[in-house]
Design a protein around this ligand. Structure first.
Ligand code: FES
Length: 162
């Protein structure tokens, strides 16, 4: 009968085998496994005024999101002062739609009051949720603010690209 020591030896062999495996060709695994996010133009930069809150959907029409122009630079922000950010508006607790409350500078869920900070990559400040709000990755190209990806898993999904 195998002893505990035998299992430990087997385990170390397995780990060594993993380490010794040859690396995949550069880019080969990424191309096969990394989902491709669509490119979505949300609005011209010149049309996004101070305090703007623009609803859109990304990466598909079933994924509500909101672009915000904050009053100060934000993590992951784009624009002249890195103050433009965007988030999925599906609360990571149970999927209720969060709303931006300018007076508190927070995205707040009306169902159980989870509160997320749009200036800090959607960090959970307080509430029932256990994960931050997924941030929509933005870029400015030719004067257009565009969505190019999502950081974090959208509520109710196994993968953001379905
Ligand atoms: S669904 Fe948002 S806090 Fe519960």
């Amino acid at each position: 009968m195998p002893t505990r020591r035998d299992f430990l030896k087997l385990g170390s062999v397995g780990v060594a085998g993993l380490v010794a495996a040859p690396p995949a060709a550069p880019g080969a695994a990424d191309a096969a496994e990394t989902p491709r996010y669509p490119l979505l133009t949300i609005a011209p930069l010149k049309d996004i005024g101070a305090g703007a809150a623009i609803s859109f959907a990304y990466p598909d029409r079933h994924s509500p999101a909101m672009l915000l122009r904050l009053t100060a630079p934000a993590v992951g922000g784009v624009g002249p002062n890195q103050e433009i950010v965007a988030y999925s508006t599906l609360c990571t607790h149970k999927g209720c739609p969060v709303a931006f409350k300018p007076e508190r500078k927070m995205l707040i869920c009306p169902c159980h009051w989870s509160t997320f900070d749009p200036a800090k990559a959607g960090t959970l400040v307080i509430g029932q949720a256990s994960q931050h709000l997924p941030q929509i990755e933005l870029r400015v190209d030719n004067g257009l603010v565009q969505a190019v990806g999502v950081a974090g898993l959208i509520y109710g999904r196994h993968t953001n690209i379905v």
